[in-house]
Each structure stands twice: as C-alpha cells, then as structure tokens.
Design a protein around this ligand. Structure first.
Ligand SMILES: [Zn+2]
Length: 311
C-alpha cells in the first residue's frame, strides 16, 4: 500500500443525532472538514502506529472535522464551538484542504434543524484557535460582523490573553479577526477555572493544549457530568491514551496530567464524549481494555434522530 491509498478524502455525510444529557438535548452540527499534518496531530506517537488509526494522504495530512454542537434546554439555545468559517484565502484553503459546503456549514446545519442565527442565545468555545471559532465572524458588505447577532460568546480569559500576546509561541493559531469583532460588538464574556455557566452546563479549564483550553460538561449537580465536549483535550476518538498528545500543545506535562485524569473519569463514569475533530464519530464512550482505553459507540436508543426543522 502506498501512502494515501486508505486516506478518506472527505468526511461522511452529516447525520444529525440527539443525545439527552444533564437535561440538555445535544445535536451534532457540522461546519467543515479540513486536513492537518498527521505528525503534528500525533506529536511523539510513531507514524507506524498513528497511520493505522488516521490514514495519511500523500502529503502526510489527516482528515479532520470542525464539528460544533447545538445544545437546547428550557428554551435556551447554545452553540458549542465555532467552526472554521470561510474567511480563508486560496493559499490557506489549499494548505488546509478546507472543504466547506453551503448547506453543510454551521449556518446550514443549524437551518436544517430549524434554527436561524438570531435564535442562538450563547456560544461556548473551548479555546480560541482559528479552527474552533473561525465561523463566528462573517464578512458583510466589506466589514466583519458577528454571525450570531445577539449571542453571548463565552471565551476562556486566558485565550484572549494568549491571542493578544504578540510573541506567543502559538501566534499562528490565533487570528485577531476571529476575536476582536466579537469584543467590539460587546458580545464576549470571559470565564476562568471551573464554573457553572448555565443550569446543567459547566466549564472546566484544563489548559495543556492552550492556556485556556476548557472542557464543556453537561450534567446536573452531584451526579457529575454525563457528557463532555472535549475540544482539543481529546481531539479525535483515536487520541485516547494519555501520552497521545498533539505537537501543538503548549504545556505537555499539563496535557498529560489532565488527559490522564479525564480519560479515567470518562471511562469510569460512562461520560459520553462529544468529538470536534473526529471526522466519523461525534458521540462515543470510553471503555477500559486492560491498561488502555478504547472508544465505543453508544447503545442503540441512546441517540435519537434529530428533528429537522422547517426553514
Ligand atoms: Zn483544534
């Protein structure tokens, strides 16, 4: 087999499913698929190991999704994570193999579920790298404007600091145009550490991948989270052994510590993981296999077919 033979070149078609967790109804959206260098996505993991899980194309890139989620409870509508968007020049579209299709992007998948941008009350972001917030700002009439005109946009405070640090080691992962138009519109709210944002929706700052990296937890009270949006703490359903740390991470010991803790919790407590970058599987659960972890699909009946709206 030559490199690239087994590499899927586009994400599977969007199939919206709904999970009930912590009183919330959580549905997978979609914004784009794109590709990043497999070596960068796998850090020190040898290619002969990772290439079996995420087959590379001839240019060594692997397929990734930018998959936000819709969460609804008691009339409150939340978008988790902000997609790639379309503010990319031809050169960068080529480098990232950006594949973003009308009707299958953030607005299109929301519309298919009966939601308009005006319906969104909150946007919660795990961190502020361009592939996680890029769709939240759109170009209208030559100016940059918020996609969701009235949504409160929740960023980790440390991400705003990192994005505004001129000599930050991951400067290339942040774009001012993704952030400042939202700040200027008065929509951004900052959080830090562990906090309950809304009933049954809490945030836990883990750091590691980036200073502010935060997981979004769905669950009520003492019973702990029942679902977790991992962001880039666990970027795909293959990055599920503690040392499988991306080369992008700014604090590897911290990533290892938090990944060790959360992988164990997810397996032992049966937390459903919501995956942003995995091109195939939005929802999985972790199970222990000896000293390792495996990703398992949910039981039949745990997911329902998402209701398509009339738009
Ligand atoms: Zn990412």
């Amino acid at each position: 087999m030559s490199p690239g033979d087994a590499a899927p070149d586009s994400a599977p078609p969007w199939t919206p499913s709904t999970l009930e967790a912590g009183g919330w109804r959580i549905t997978n959206l979609f914004d784009a698929s794109f590709r990043l260098d497999g070596g960068a996505m796998w850090g020190v993991v040898p290619k002969n190991l990772w290439s079996r899980m995420t087959p590379p194309a001839a240019d060594n890139t692997i397929l990734l999704a930018a998959r936000p989620f819709l969460a609804e409870r008691d009339g409150v509508t939340v978008v988790v994570e902000g997609g790639m968007g379309d503010r990319w020049n031809e050169k960068l579209r080529g480098i990232y193999h950006l594949d973003r299709r009308p009707g299958l992007d953030l607005v299109g998948t929301l519309a298919a579920l009966g939601k308009t941008p005006e319906d969104i009350d909150h946007v919660v972001c795990s961190h502020c790298h361009f592939d996680h917030i890029g769709a939240l700002v759109v170009e209208r009439g030559g100016a940059l404007a918020p996609l969701f005109p009235r949504a409160r946009v929740h960023f980790p405070e440390d991400e705003l600091t990192a994005a505004r640090t001129p000599d930050h080691p991951r400067r290339a992962s942040y774009r001012a145009d993704d952030i400042e138009p939202l700040v200027e519109a008065g929509l951004v709210e900052l959080h830090a550490g562990d906090t309950e944002l809304l009933p049954g929706l809490s945030l836990s700052q883990v750091g590691g991948h980036s200073e502010g990296m935060t997981v979004v937890l769905f669950g009520d009270g003492m019973e702990g989270p029942t679902a977790a949006f991992w962001g880039d703490l666990i970027p795909t359903t293959h990055h599920i052994q503690p040392p499988y740390i991306m080369a992008y991470d700014v604090d590897v010991p911290r990533s290892f510590e938090m990944r060790t803790r959360w992988l164990a919790r997810a397996a032992d407590e049966g937390i459903v993981g919501l995956s942003y970058h995995d091109p195939a599987r939005p929802f999985t659960r972790l199970v222990r296999e000896g000293r390792r972890y495996a990703a398992a699909d949910l039981e039949p009946g745990e997911l329902s077919v998402a209701a398509r709206g009339e738009v």
